[in-house]
Ligand binder design. Sequence first.
Ligand code: ZN
Length: 140
Amino acid sequence: MADCIFCKIAGGAIPAVKIYEDELVFAFLDIGPINPGHVLVIPREHHESASTIPETTAGRMFRVGARIGIALKRLDAYDAYNLHLADGTAAGQVVMHAHLHVIPRGVNDQFHWNWRQIAYADDAAKTAMAEEIQKHLHLD
Ligand SMILES: [Zn+2]
């Protein structure tokens, strides 16, 4: 897509610090890292949503992301990593070209996910929610 910053990065038109590339994906350092070594893995092909990425490419993104996570765990500063993908503005997606975050984590890194945890009213509410999701789930 002509005006997409991540398409330009994958195509080499905008410089980035490359970590890995192959025919399907491109991985580079996030310029605003949560911790140093924070990497983004993107499909070469433009997709706004992860849901439209072909399965082979999506699988490669996950595999490369996890392998980069293992590499980060081998660094002295880190013990773990998070894989994170925001799909949609309300989820925090800023660049509208799907990207998988690989976030290196150390036990004392002071970063905390701000998950909001709520309780279901009862088991019926859980079942109703599961049925709603399944009704709208299409894997083709
Ligand atoms: Zn793009």
